[in-house]
Design a protein around this ligand. Structure first.
Ligand code: NAD
Length: 470
């Protein structure tokens, strides 16, 4: 028996544990009211403050904040509101003939007391989007946002306190120690978004209580560009997502794998779109963000220095400003496989480029790698895109585009193995926060009772018939 009395969050956990059945029994309308409160807070009451906090933390351009922090969460709320009635209904399933006299259904019941842990790169979206599903499913929730995006975490604590009672939804700010104290507690579900190493820590802690987990992790997401591709479109969309939030996006293109013949054209278009999107002096563009902190800035600089120490080629070399934590768009080719940029998740505005002659090289290379969160393929040939999809594995894929698969709430979002476990968005998030309880109701005596003991010769024959025919 584990003694939790020394855990600073045990009292809060207990309050939520005691309250969980009341919250679980909240009606459809009560849940909609909670979602509406969150919707209003995001769209009206706190919208300006959210954008300011995101600017302080990430120098995030205002439009990016509106699109990701506000619009995507509101979209998640609207989707939940439009579908909650259906999700909460018991889902009838068929019964076999041997179960004549019974009916069966699935009841989506809340998991109970849940923990949501979120990262710094999209602090508002990645905290409130899972919260929408947790509320819709009828759970109580403790939230632990990232200490790195401190302004957003502070504001989100204010919002949560303003909207909810702490025995239902509470937010605790703090660093790794706080996270580790929370992870000691026997949550019914942990929804974690963050890095692969911390994902492993979370899963180990969850194993202690057999808490279920959703792990939304990261990794190296490749972009494969075939010679038949619309190179201009490929360059335009890769420039967009690789530099959105300064490359600090889990589904950003990590590296490009391109057919040798079209590399030059791709780089020409890449330069064109950098100029079109951010102007000739990118550091003064209001559409270009900054690296979150010194630690991550230094990490990225170490990748650049490591690349410079080998025979790699800088196809585009971005300016660097340490004071501002600014790194301009940088594209590097001829990197050795052991270069840091080919080993680590880049998570910044640096794009490694690898070339190939034959498609088999792409397949063979990816076969040995961890399954990425996203794999992008640009080609006009469906033979090529099918070949890549059928011979690789990834959590999500977008063909002739990148990142926009994230915004379709009808699609499950998440990784596979090293890039994550479990899926999110829309119904998939609701499902993550629900237990699919299997219910069978017996309303009449059925054929099964014919097989109850004592086992006579007649019943033996009946069993044989059952095995053969039913
Ligand atoms: P992180 O793993 O360092 O932190 C995430 C959370 O875990 C934070 O709340 C942090 O306080 C906590 N934490 C950190 N170290 C811990 C430890 N030792 N023990 C317990 N808790 C700990 O991730 P990050 O740096 O904030 O975010 C970047 C990573 O997240 C990238 O790898 C990115 O790909 C990934 N990510 C994934 C998604 C997705 O949806 N799949 C979205 C955004 C970011």
């Amino acid at each position: 028996m584990i003694d939790y009395r020394d855990n600073p969050y045990f009292d809060l956990f207990l309050k939520q544990k005691e309250n969980q059945y009341k919250v679980a029994q909240s009606t459809y309308s009560q849940r909609i009211r909670k979602l509406n409160k969150l919707h209003n807070a995001l769209e009206y009451t706190y919208r300006k403050q959210i954008k300011e906090a995101l600017y302080k933390d990430l120098k995030r351009p205002i439009i990016e904040s509106d699109l990701v922090a506000i619009y995507l969460v509101i979209k998640e709320i609207k989707h939940a509101k439009a579908n909650l009635h259906r999700w909460l209904k018991k889902k009838k399933v068929k019964s076999d003939l041997v179960l004549l006299g019974t009916k069966s259904w699935i009841k989506y019941e809340p998991k109970g007391v849940c923990l949501i842990m979120s990262p710094w790169n999209y602090p508002v979206n990645l905290t409130f989007s899972p919260l929408v599903a947790a509320i819709a499913a009828g759970n109580t929730v403790i939230i632990k946002p990232s200490e790195i995006s401190a302004n957003c975490s502070e504001l989100m604590e204010v919002i949560v306190k303003d909207l909810f009672e702490e025995d239902e939804i509470a937010l605790i700010q703090g660093d790794v120690d706080v996270a580790q104290n929370l992870l000691q507690l026997p949550f019914n579900h942990i929804f974690f978004t963050g890095s692969i190493p911390v994902g492993k820590i979370v899963m180990k802690a969850a194993a202690r209580h057999l808490s279920s987990v959703t792990l939304e992790l990261g990794g190296k997401s490749p972009v494969i560009i075939d010679k038949s591709a619309d190179v201009k479109l490929a360059a335009k969309t890769v420039v967009w997502l690789k530099h959105f939030n300064c490359g600090q996006t889990c589904i950003a293109p990590d590296y490009v794998f391109i057919q040798e013949k079209i590399l030059e054209s791709f780089i020409t278009h890449y330069k064109y779109y950098l100029n079109k999107f951010y102007g000739s002096d990118i550091s003064s563009s209001e559409s270009y963000g900054r690296i979150i902190n010194k630690k991550h800035f230094n990490r990225l600089i170490s990748y650049i220095d490591n690349a410079k120490a080998s025979e790699s080629e800088f196809l585009i070399e971005g300016k660097i400003n340490k004071e501002e934590q600014f790194i301009g768009p940088t594209v590097i080719s001829n990197l050795k496989q052991d270069a840091l940029l080919m080993q680590e998740e880049v998570f910044g505005p640096i794009l490694p480029v690898k070339t190939y002659d034959h498609k088999e090289e792409v397949i063979n290379y990816l076969k040995d790698k961890d399954k990425p969160l996203a794999l992008y393929v640009y080609s006009k040939s469906s033979f090529f895109t099918d070949l890549i999809i059928n011979n690789t594995r990834a959590g999500t894929t977008c063909i002739n585009g990148n990142g926009i698969q994230f915004s379709n709430h009808h699609l499950p979002f998440g990784g596979s193995n090293s890039s994550g476990i479990g899926k999110a968005h829309g119904f998939y998030s609701f499902k993550a926060f629900s237990n699919e309880r299997a219910v069978l109701k017996r309303y009449a005596s059925g054929p099964v009772t014919l097989l109850f003991p004592p086992y006579t010769t007649f019943k033996e024959k009946l069993a044989k018939l059952t095995v053969k025919w039913f």
